[in-house]
Design a protein around this ligand. Structure first.
Ligand SMILES: NC(=O)C1=CN([C@@H]2O[C@H](COP(=O)(O)OP(=O)(O)OC[C@H]3O[C@@H](n4cnc5c(N)ncnc54)[C@H](OP(=O)(O)O)[C@@H]3O)[C@@H](O)[C@H]2O)C=CC1
Ligand SMILES: N[C@@H](CC(=O)OP(=O)(O)O)C(=O)O
Length: 348
Protein backbone atom coordinates (compact mmCIF):
# COMPACT_ATOMS: atom_id res chain seq x y z
CA UNK A 1 0.00 0.00 0.00
CA UNK A 2 1.09 3.57 -0.64
CA UNK A 3 0.86 5.71 2.50
CA UNK A 4 -1.06 8.89 1.87
CA UNK A 5 -1.99 12.02 3.77
CA UNK A 6 -4.85 14.41 3.08
CA UNK A 7 -4.09 18.12 3.33
CA UNK A 8 -7.21 20.14 4.14
CA UNK A 9 -8.93 16.94 5.28
CA UNK A 10 -11.68 18.78 7.16
CA UNK A 11 -12.94 20.79 4.14
CA UNK A 12 -15.55 19.98 1.47
CA UNK A 13 -12.95 18.46 -0.84
CA UNK A 14 -10.94 16.88 1.99
CA UNK A 15 -14.01 15.04 3.29
CA UNK A 16 -14.69 13.75 -0.21
CA UNK A 17 -11.13 12.39 -0.26
CA UNK A 18 -11.79 10.63 3.05
CA UNK A 19 -14.99 9.09 1.66
CA UNK A 20 -13.47 8.01 -1.66
CA UNK A 21 -10.29 6.64 -0.08
CA UNK A 22 -12.25 4.39 2.31
CA UNK A 23 -11.28 0.84 1.25
CA UNK A 24 -9.08 1.99 -1.64
CA UNK A 25 -6.97 -0.92 -2.95
CA UNK A 26 -3.73 1.09 -3.43
CA UNK A 27 -3.77 4.01 -1.01
CA UNK A 28 -3.85 3.81 2.77
CA UNK A 29 -4.67 7.06 4.58
CA UNK A 30 -2.22 7.45 7.45
CA UNK A 31 -2.50 11.21 8.12
CA UNK A 32 -5.24 13.83 8.09
CA UNK A 33 -3.99 17.43 8.05
CA UNK A 34 -5.75 20.75 8.47
CA UNK A 35 -5.16 24.20 9.98
CA UNK A 36 -3.88 24.89 13.48
CA UNK A 37 -7.55 25.39 14.47
CA UNK A 38 -8.05 21.64 13.91
CA UNK A 39 -4.64 20.14 14.63
CA UNK A 40 -4.55 17.98 17.79
CA UNK A 41 -8.28 17.19 17.71
CA UNK A 42 -9.85 13.86 16.71
CA UNK A 43 -11.11 14.15 13.12
CA UNK A 44 -14.76 13.74 14.21
CA UNK A 45 -14.44 16.87 16.38
CA UNK A 46 -12.39 18.96 13.94
CA UNK A 47 -14.65 18.26 11.00
CA UNK A 48 -18.24 19.20 10.30
CA UNK A 49 -18.96 16.04 8.26
CA UNK A 50 -21.35 16.86 5.41
CA UNK A 51 -21.00 13.74 3.25
CA UNK A 52 -24.08 11.57 2.63
CA UNK A 53 -22.35 8.46 3.96
CA UNK A 54 -21.18 8.02 7.56
CA UNK A 55 -17.64 9.04 8.47
CA UNK A 56 -15.40 5.94 8.20
CA UNK A 57 -14.36 4.52 11.59
CA UNK A 58 -10.65 4.73 10.77
CA UNK A 59 -10.98 8.49 10.22
CA UNK A 60 -13.21 9.29 13.16
CA UNK A 61 -10.64 8.92 15.94
CA UNK A 62 -7.60 9.95 13.89
CA UNK A 63 -5.84 12.95 15.43
CA UNK A 64 -5.62 15.79 12.92
CA UNK A 65 -2.06 16.98 12.29
CA UNK A 66 -0.55 20.18 10.99
CA UNK A 67 0.01 20.35 7.22
CA UNK A 68 3.79 20.04 7.40
CA UNK A 69 6.02 17.30 5.97
CA UNK A 70 7.61 16.60 9.36
CA UNK A 71 4.15 15.86 10.80
CA UNK A 72 3.31 13.19 8.19
CA UNK A 73 5.24 10.03 7.26
CA UNK A 74 3.73 9.58 3.80
CA UNK A 75 4.61 8.77 0.17
CA UNK A 76 1.93 11.00 -1.35
CA UNK A 77 -0.44 13.74 -0.25
CA UNK A 78 -3.78 14.71 -1.71
CA UNK A 79 -4.30 18.44 -1.30
CA UNK A 80 -7.72 19.94 -0.68
CA UNK A 81 -6.15 22.99 0.93
CA UNK A 82 -7.54 26.49 0.86
CA UNK A 83 -5.79 28.22 -2.04
CA UNK A 84 -4.62 30.97 0.31
CA UNK A 85 -2.12 28.53 1.84
CA UNK A 86 -1.88 25.65 -0.65
CA UNK A 87 0.96 27.03 -2.79
CA UNK A 88 3.69 27.11 -0.14
CA UNK A 89 2.55 24.02 1.78
CA UNK A 90 2.49 21.91 -1.41
CA UNK A 91 6.01 23.09 -2.29
CA UNK A 92 7.21 22.11 1.19
CA UNK A 93 5.92 18.55 0.68
CA UNK A 94 7.39 18.22 -2.83
CA UNK A 95 10.66 19.56 -1.39
CA UNK A 96 10.57 16.80 1.22
CA UNK A 97 10.34 14.12 -1.49
CA UNK A 98 6.57 13.60 -1.31
CA UNK A 99 4.33 13.37 -4.38
CA UNK A 100 1.65 16.09 -4.23
CA UNK A 101 -1.63 15.59 -6.06
CA UNK A 102 -3.49 18.87 -5.76
CA UNK A 103 -6.93 20.34 -6.36
CA UNK A 104 -5.84 23.83 -5.54
CA UNK A 105 -5.34 26.41 -8.25
CA UNK A 106 -1.91 27.65 -7.14
CA UNK A 107 0.39 25.52 -9.34
CA UNK A 108 -1.98 24.56 -12.18
CA UNK A 109 -0.46 26.91 -14.73
CA UNK A 110 3.21 26.40 -13.72
CA UNK A 111 5.07 25.43 -16.90
CA UNK A 112 6.44 22.16 -15.51
CA UNK A 113 3.29 21.05 -13.64
CA UNK A 114 0.82 18.72 -15.37
CA UNK A 115 -2.77 19.99 -15.37
CA UNK A 116 -4.20 16.56 -15.79
CA UNK A 117 -7.40 14.82 -16.83
CA UNK A 118 -6.26 11.20 -17.18
CA UNK A 119 -8.66 10.40 -20.04
CA UNK A 120 -7.66 13.50 -22.01
CA UNK A 121 -3.98 14.39 -21.62
CA UNK A 122 -2.18 11.53 -19.83
CA UNK A 123 0.95 12.32 -21.89
CA UNK A 124 1.31 15.61 -19.94
CA UNK A 125 2.43 13.56 -16.93
CA UNK A 126 5.84 13.58 -18.62
CA UNK A 127 6.18 17.19 -17.40
CA UNK A 128 7.09 15.92 -13.93
CA UNK A 129 10.45 14.86 -15.34
CA UNK A 130 11.22 18.59 -15.67
CA UNK A 131 10.55 19.22 -12.00
CA UNK A 132 13.61 19.49 -9.82
CA UNK A 133 12.36 18.31 -6.44
CA UNK A 134 14.32 15.71 -4.47
CA UNK A 135 13.67 12.01 -5.27
CA UNK A 136 9.95 11.21 -5.00
CA UNK A 137 8.89 14.87 -4.89
CA UNK A 138 6.55 16.18 -7.59
CA UNK A 139 3.41 18.30 -8.04
CA UNK A 140 0.52 17.22 -10.26
CA UNK A 141 -2.74 19.18 -10.40
CA UNK A 142 -6.30 18.71 -11.56
CA UNK A 143 -8.31 21.49 -13.17
CA UNK A 144 -10.93 23.84 -11.84
CA UNK A 145 -14.19 21.97 -11.27
CA UNK A 146 -16.03 23.79 -14.09
CA UNK A 147 -13.11 23.36 -16.48
CA UNK A 148 -13.18 19.56 -16.11
CA UNK A 149 -16.73 19.12 -17.42
CA UNK A 150 -16.17 21.57 -20.25
CA UNK A 151 -12.94 19.90 -21.39
CA UNK A 152 -14.37 16.38 -21.18
CA UNK A 153 -17.00 17.49 -23.71
CA UNK A 154 -14.67 19.58 -25.89
CA UNK A 155 -11.81 17.07 -26.18
CA UNK A 156 -13.57 14.54 -28.45
CA UNK A 157 -14.83 17.43 -30.60
CA UNK A 158 -11.39 19.01 -30.78
CA UNK A 159 -9.94 15.71 -31.91
CA UNK A 160 -12.67 15.09 -34.50
CA UNK A 161 -13.18 18.61 -35.90
CA UNK A 162 -11.06 21.24 -34.15
CA UNK A 163 -12.63 23.66 -31.65
CA UNK A 164 -12.38 27.31 -32.74
CA UNK A 165 -14.52 29.23 -30.25
CA UNK A 166 -16.55 28.48 -27.12
CA UNK A 167 -19.10 30.44 -25.13
CA UNK A 168 -20.09 28.86 -21.83
CA UNK A 169 -22.45 29.89 -19.04
CA UNK A 170 -22.12 27.90 -15.81
CA UNK A 171 -24.66 27.15 -13.07
CA UNK A 172 -22.40 26.12 -10.21
CA UNK A 173 -23.33 24.19 -7.09
CA UNK A 174 -22.92 25.50 -3.55
CA UNK A 175 -20.45 22.79 -2.52
CA UNK A 176 -18.01 24.43 -4.92
CA UNK A 177 -17.69 27.30 -2.48
CA UNK A 178 -16.58 25.03 0.39
CA UNK A 179 -18.19 24.98 3.83
CA UNK A 180 -20.02 27.05 5.09
CA UNK A 181 -19.62 28.81 1.76
CA UNK A 182 -22.26 31.19 0.41
CA UNK A 183 -24.60 32.64 3.10
CA UNK A 184 -28.12 31.15 2.87
CA UNK A 185 -29.73 34.60 2.54
CA UNK A 186 -27.60 35.27 -0.53
CA UNK A 187 -28.48 32.08 -2.39
CA UNK A 188 -31.90 30.74 -1.35
CA UNK A 189 -34.35 31.53 -4.16
CA UNK A 190 -31.59 33.37 -5.97
CA UNK A 191 -28.79 33.22 -8.53
CA UNK A 192 -25.50 35.04 -8.01
CA UNK A 193 -23.80 35.84 -11.32
CA UNK A 194 -20.34 36.24 -9.84
CA UNK A 195 -17.67 33.71 -8.79
CA UNK A 196 -14.35 35.46 -8.28
CA UNK A 197 -11.63 34.40 -10.73
CA UNK A 198 -13.65 31.53 -12.20
CA UNK A 199 -14.18 32.95 -15.69
CA UNK A 200 -10.47 33.57 -16.27
CA UNK A 201 -9.63 29.99 -15.17
CA UNK A 202 -12.23 28.57 -17.54
CA UNK A 203 -10.78 30.60 -20.40
CA UNK A 204 -7.16 29.57 -19.79
CA UNK A 205 -7.03 26.07 -18.23
CA UNK A 206 -8.64 24.25 -21.21
CA UNK A 207 -5.96 25.65 -23.52
CA UNK A 208 -3.24 24.02 -21.42
CA UNK A 209 -5.08 20.69 -21.07
CA UNK A 210 -5.88 20.47 -24.78
CA UNK A 211 -2.43 21.74 -25.75
CA UNK A 212 0.27 19.56 -27.29
CA UNK A 213 3.44 18.53 -25.50
CA UNK A 214 6.62 19.72 -27.19
CA UNK A 215 10.30 19.85 -26.24
CA UNK A 216 9.70 23.21 -24.58
CA UNK A 217 6.58 22.20 -22.61
CA UNK A 218 2.88 22.52 -23.39
CA UNK A 219 1.93 24.54 -26.48
CA UNK A 220 -1.54 25.92 -25.61
CA UNK A 221 -4.39 24.90 -27.89
CA UNK A 222 -5.56 27.67 -30.18
CA UNK A 223 -9.18 28.47 -29.45
CA UNK A 224 -11.10 31.32 -27.88
CA UNK A 225 -13.21 30.73 -24.77
CA UNK A 226 -15.58 33.17 -23.12
CA UNK A 227 -17.15 32.09 -19.80
CA UNK A 228 -19.83 33.56 -17.56
CA UNK A 229 -20.11 31.88 -14.17
CA UNK A 230 -23.09 31.84 -11.82
CA UNK A 231 -23.78 30.29 -8.40
CA UNK A 232 -27.16 28.56 -8.07
CA UNK A 233 -29.00 26.90 -5.15
CA UNK A 234 -27.91 23.36 -6.05
CA UNK A 235 -25.88 21.27 -3.59
CA UNK A 236 -23.64 19.22 -5.92
CA UNK A 237 -23.11 19.29 -9.68
CA UNK A 238 -21.98 22.07 -11.98
CA UNK A 239 -24.16 22.56 -15.06
CA UNK A 240 -22.74 24.35 -18.11
CA UNK A 241 -24.56 25.67 -21.18
CA UNK A 242 -22.01 25.53 -23.97
CA UNK A 243 -22.07 26.94 -27.52
CA UNK A 244 -19.20 25.99 -29.75
CA UNK A 245 -17.83 26.85 -33.19
CA UNK A 246 -16.11 23.85 -34.78
CA UNK A 247 -13.94 23.72 -37.89
CA UNK A 248 -15.95 22.47 -40.89
CA UNK A 249 -19.22 23.48 -39.19
CA UNK A 250 -20.55 19.97 -38.41
CA UNK A 251 -24.22 19.58 -37.55
CA UNK A 252 -25.52 18.81 -34.07
CA UNK A 253 -26.23 15.24 -35.24
CA UNK A 254 -22.58 14.76 -36.27
CA UNK A 255 -21.39 16.21 -32.96
CA UNK A 256 -23.72 13.89 -31.05
CA UNK A 257 -22.40 10.89 -32.98
CA UNK A 258 -18.78 11.79 -32.09
CA UNK A 259 -19.66 12.20 -28.41
CA UNK A 260 -21.66 8.95 -28.32
CA UNK A 261 -18.87 6.97 -29.99
CA UNK A 262 -16.00 8.42 -27.93
CA UNK A 263 -14.40 5.85 -25.63
CA UNK A 264 -12.12 6.59 -22.70
CA UNK A 265 -8.55 5.39 -23.23
CA UNK A 266 -8.61 4.25 -19.59
CA UNK A 267 -11.39 1.71 -20.20
CA UNK A 268 -10.41 -1.78 -19.10
CA UNK A 269 -7.17 -0.68 -17.44
CA UNK A 270 -8.39 -1.44 -13.93
CA UNK A 271 -7.87 2.03 -12.45
CA UNK A 272 -10.06 1.96 -9.35
CA UNK A 273 -11.69 5.40 -9.74
CA UNK A 274 -12.11 5.34 -13.54
CA UNK A 275 -15.83 5.11 -14.38
CA UNK A 276 -17.05 2.63 -16.96
CA UNK A 277 -18.19 5.56 -19.12
CA UNK A 278 -16.28 8.82 -18.74
CA UNK A 279 -19.00 10.66 -20.67
CA UNK A 280 -22.63 9.73 -21.19
CA UNK A 281 -25.24 11.25 -23.46
CA UNK A 282 -28.49 11.96 -21.63
CA UNK A 283 -31.73 12.04 -23.60
CA UNK A 284 -34.95 13.92 -22.74
CA UNK A 285 -34.87 16.69 -20.14
CA UNK A 286 -31.33 16.11 -18.80
CA UNK A 287 -28.72 16.49 -17.69
CA UNK A 288 -29.95 17.60 -14.28
CA UNK A 289 -27.82 17.84 -11.11
CA UNK A 290 -30.16 15.81 -8.85
CA UNK A 291 -30.54 13.02 -11.39
CA UNK A 292 -27.18 12.81 -13.08
CA UNK A 293 -24.38 14.36 -10.94
CA UNK A 294 -23.69 11.04 -9.22
CA UNK A 295 -23.45 8.96 -12.41
CA UNK A 296 -20.41 6.68 -12.35
CA UNK A 297 -19.97 7.45 -8.63
CA UNK A 298 -19.64 11.12 -9.57
CA UNK A 299 -16.97 10.48 -12.22
CA UNK A 300 -19.17 10.31 -15.34
CA UNK A 301 -19.75 13.61 -17.15
CA UNK A 302 -23.27 13.93 -18.61
CA UNK A 303 -24.05 15.76 -21.84
CA UNK A 304 -27.48 16.54 -23.31
CA UNK A 305 -29.57 19.05 -25.26
CA UNK A 306 -27.22 18.79 -28.25
CA UNK A 307 -28.68 21.15 -30.84
CA UNK A 308 -27.75 23.30 -33.82
CA UNK A 309 -26.91 26.84 -32.69
CA UNK A 310 -27.61 29.76 -35.03
CA UNK A 311 -24.77 31.78 -33.48
CA UNK A 312 -21.78 29.44 -33.09
CA UNK A 313 -22.94 26.25 -34.82
CA UNK A 314 -23.68 23.73 -32.07
CA UNK A 315 -24.81 23.97 -28.45
CA UNK A 316 -25.25 21.49 -25.61
CA UNK A 317 -25.47 21.21 -21.81
CA UNK A 318 -22.77 19.51 -19.70
CA UNK A 319 -23.04 18.39 -16.07
CA UNK A 320 -20.25 17.14 -13.82
CA UNK A 321 -19.95 16.45 -10.09
CA UNK A 322 -17.82 19.30 -8.77
CA UNK A 323 -16.39 17.73 -5.62
CA UNK A 324 -15.87 14.29 -7.22
CA UNK A 325 -14.92 14.52 -10.92
CA UNK A 326 -14.12 18.22 -10.38
CA UNK A 327 -11.95 17.69 -7.30
CA UNK A 328 -11.25 14.64 -5.08
CA UNK A 329 -12.25 11.92 -7.59
CA UNK A 330 -10.27 13.60 -10.36
CA UNK A 331 -7.21 13.83 -8.11
CA UNK A 332 -7.56 10.19 -7.09
CA UNK A 333 -7.66 9.12 -10.74
CA UNK A 334 -4.56 11.26 -11.38
CA UNK A 335 -2.76 9.45 -8.56
CA UNK A 336 -3.87 6.03 -9.83
CA UNK A 337 -2.42 6.89 -13.24
CA UNK A 338 0.82 8.07 -11.58
CA UNK A 339 1.09 4.74 -9.76
CA UNK A 340 0.36 2.82 -12.98
CA UNK A 341 3.19 4.77 -14.66
CA UNK A 342 5.58 3.91 -11.82
CA UNK A 343 5.92 7.55 -10.76
CA UNK A 344 4.87 6.97 -7.15
CA UNK A 345 6.27 4.21 -5.02
CA UNK A 346 6.31 3.38 -1.37
CA UNK A 347 9.25 5.11 0.30
CA UNK A 348 11.52 2.90 2.41
N1 LIG B 1 -15.27 22.56 -3.60
C1 LIG B 1 -15.02 22.29 -4.88
O1 LIG B 1 -15.91 21.88 -5.68
C2 LIG B 1 -13.64 22.49 -5.41
C3 LIG B 1 -12.61 23.02 -4.64
N2 LIG B 1 -11.36 23.15 -5.17
C4 LIG B 1 -10.24 23.68 -4.40
O2 LIG B 1 -9.90 22.74 -3.36
C5 LIG B 1 -9.46 23.43 -2.20
C6 LIG B 1 -10.35 23.11 -1.02
O3 LIG B 1 -11.68 23.56 -1.27
P1 LIG B 1 -12.86 23.28 -0.24
O4 LIG B 1 -12.73 21.93 0.34
O5 LIG B 1 -14.08 23.64 -0.97
O6 LIG B 1 -12.51 24.35 0.92
P2 LIG B 1 -12.92 24.36 2.46
O7 LIG B 1 -12.91 25.78 2.87
O8 LIG B 1 -14.14 23.54 2.69
O9 LIG B 1 -11.67 23.60 3.19
C7 LIG B 1 -10.41 24.19 3.28
C8 LIG B 1 -9.43 23.28 4.02
O10 LIG B 1 -8.16 23.94 4.13
C9 LIG B 1 -7.75 23.90 5.50
N3 LIG B 1 -6.95 25.09 5.83
C10 LIG B 1 -7.33 26.38 5.82
N4 LIG B 1 -6.31 27.19 6.20
C11 LIG B 1 -5.27 26.36 6.48
C12 LIG B 1 -3.95 26.58 6.95
N5 LIG B 1 -3.48 27.81 7.21
N6 LIG B 1 -3.14 25.52 7.12
C13 LIG B 1 -3.58 24.26 6.87
N7 LIG B 1 -4.85 23.99 6.44
C14 LIG B 1 -5.66 25.03 6.25
C15 LIG B 1 -9.03 23.89 6.31
O11 LIG B 1 -8.76 23.39 7.60
P3 LIG B 1 -9.66 23.86 8.89
O12 LIG B 1 -10.94 23.07 8.85
O13 LIG B 1 -8.80 23.48 10.05
O14 LIG B 1 -9.88 25.32 8.76
C16 LIG B 1 -9.87 22.91 5.45
O15 LIG B 1 -9.49 21.59 5.73
C17 LIG B 1 -9.44 24.92 -2.56
O16 LIG B 1 -8.17 25.26 -3.02
C18 LIG B 1 -10.47 25.00 -3.67
O17 LIG B 1 -10.25 26.12 -4.46
C19 LIG B 1 -11.13 22.72 -6.43
C20 LIG B 1 -12.10 22.22 -7.21
C21 LIG B 1 -13.43 22.07 -6.75
N1 LIG C 1 -14.50 28.05 -7.83
C1 LIG C 1 -15.08 26.72 -7.79
C2 LIG C 1 -14.37 25.85 -6.80
C3 LIG C 1 -12.90 26.14 -6.72
O1 LIG C 1 -12.41 26.26 -5.63
O2 LIG C 1 -12.23 26.26 -7.85
P1 LIG C 1 -10.63 26.47 -7.97
O3 LIG C 1 -9.99 25.26 -7.35
O4 LIG C 1 -10.35 26.58 -9.42
O5 LIG C 1 -10.27 27.72 -7.22
C4 LIG C 1 -16.54 26.86 -7.46
O6 LIG C 1 -16.84 27.86 -6.89
O7 LIG C 1 -17.37 26.03 -7.72
Amino acid sequence: MIRVGILGATGAVGQTFVRLLDGHPTFEVVALGASERSAGKPYREACNWTQDQPMPDWASGEIVTACAPEAMDVDLVFSGLDAGVAGEIEKAFAGAGVAVVSNARNHRMDADVPLLIPEINPDHLALVERQTWPEGGMIVTNPNCSTVGLVMALAPLHEAFGVEAVHVVTLQALSGAGYPGVPSLDILGNVVPYIGGEEAKMASEPLKILGGLSASGVEPAEMTISAQCTRVPVIDGHTECVSVRLAGAPSAAEVEQVLREWRSPLAGRGLHTAPEAAIQIVDGTGPQPRRHASAGNGMTVSIGQIQDCPVLGVKFVVLSHNTVRGAAGGALLNAELMVERGLVRQRP
